[in-house]
Design a binder for this molecule. Structure first.
Ligand SMILES: Cc1cc2nc3c(=O)[nH]c(=O)nc-3n(C[C@H](O)[C@H](O)[C@H](O)COP(=O)(O)O)c2cc1C
Length: 344
């Protein structure tokens, strides 16, 4: 009898496959299809920090007479800072009405009513100011956990590496003041010492790290001279970056690890679990193929486990982490010495 059950962020999952934050997880119809397909959990589409700030500001301006009471309601944490990113502000003025905080809270509540698998809410954030009280509202709406999607591109010439890194700690400290449900952090890999950063982050009390977010990738249209998005969806070859880091960090940090990016097949899921992931997050695969492929993927994992005489995830999780393999340097090798010198 194959048992795929596992624990992630302290939540019991029937299997380690999580549908990652995206448009796919923004409707109840999809969430029901996801549960029906057999997923272990879902991370809802993110609400953006800028949306929370915008709504807060809108409320404050439309209730200027009541300013005092709003400030009291938000426990004095609302500031008058209006330094939103220009682009985000423009986007929000057109879009916010449709994506209000109330709608997001409703999504969380409706999701909890509609499905039984864990529902992880998601906040996209890049500063530590003003929005964290909203995490408490997500908790009150019934979210089982919160994933903070914090991807701070180190492109500010005036900020040092340590200043950039401090932001992550400030965000976590603030959010954790408001919630008692598990909080995880979805990060990129732009850190000067990713291993140490992951270790320090894991000691802040977060329950998990998601490795890695896949950023918007810019491209240039050479005819219109416009910058546009390239490769919105990942390709199946893109998993090795997270595989390397899952293998390096597994067993060495004090929180769970979810592998993310480029997971398109059942064997990639197995590889990530062998490397030491506690769960995997999958998105592009389902955009390309729909949720109908999910039961087949689960069956294939079970088949592989049967063939290899593994009965539970614990039987093989982490067997190929750096700590467990004979040649641990393989995960740290960055030059193809043998391959490069033999190719003519
Ligand atoms: C259309 C689309 C929308 C996404 N929206 C979000 C989002 O709201 N929040 C988030 O944290 N990640 C978002 N992501 C990123 C995914 O959660 C995931 O990290 C990324 O797609 C890499 O996983 P994959 O290779 O399985 O696609 C989005 C991805 C796509 C393709």
């Amino acid at each position: 009898m194959i048992d795929l059950r596992c624990n992630y962020l302290g939540l019991p999952l029937k299997n380690p496959i999580i549908i990652g934050s995206s448009g796919l997880t923004s409707t109840i119809e999809n969430l029901i299809a996801i549960e029906k397909g057999g997923a272990g959990a879902v991370v809802l589409k993110s609400i953006f920090e800028e949306q929370i700030k915008f709504e807060t500001d809108k409320l404050l301006h439309s209730h200027e007479d009541d300013m005092q009471s709003w400030q009291e309601a938000f426990e004095g944490i609302v500031s008058s800072d209006e330094s939103y990113y220009d682009e985000a502000y423009e986007y929000l003025t057109n879009y916010a009405q449709e994506h209000t905080l109330d709608l997001y809270l409703k999504l969380v509540k409706d999701a909890k009513k509609a499905i039984n698998i864990p529902v992880i809410a998601s906040i996209h954030c890049n500063t530590q100011y003003d929005w964290q009280y909203f995490a408490k509202r997500l908790q009150d709406a019934g979210a089982d956990a919160i994933e903070l999607n914090a991807y701070i591109l180190p492109s500010d010439f005036t900020k040092s590496g340590s200043e950039n890194e401090q932001m992550y700690f400030d965000i976590i400290t603030e959010v954790k003041k408001y919630v008692s449900i598990p909080v995880s952090l979805k990060i990129g890999y732009y850190f000067s010492s990713l291993a140490q950063m992951a270790s320090r982050l894991s000691e802040t009390g977060i329950a998990g790290l998601t490795l890695f977010n896949r950023p918007f990738n810019p491209d240039i249209d050479i005819n219109t001279l416009e910058v546009n998005a390239s490769n919105m969806f990942s390709n199946p070859e893109e998993y090795s970056q997270s595989l390397r880091w899952v293998a390096l960090l597994s067993g060495r940090i004090s929180c769970d690890i979810a592998a993310s990016t480029g997971i398109h097949t059942y064997d990639t899921i197995i590889k990530q679990l062998l490397a030491g992931a506690d769960a995997v997050q999958v998105v592009s695969l389902f955009y390309r193929n729909g949720f109908d492929v999910l039961p087949g993927i689960i069956k294939d994992i079970e088949k592989w486990m049967t063939e290899h005489n593994y009965h539970s995830i614990a039987d093989f999780k982490g067997l190929m982490s750096k700590a467990h393999i004979n040649n641990p340097a393989s995960y740290e090798r960055v030059q193809f010495i043998r391959q490069y010198s033999s190719i003519v």
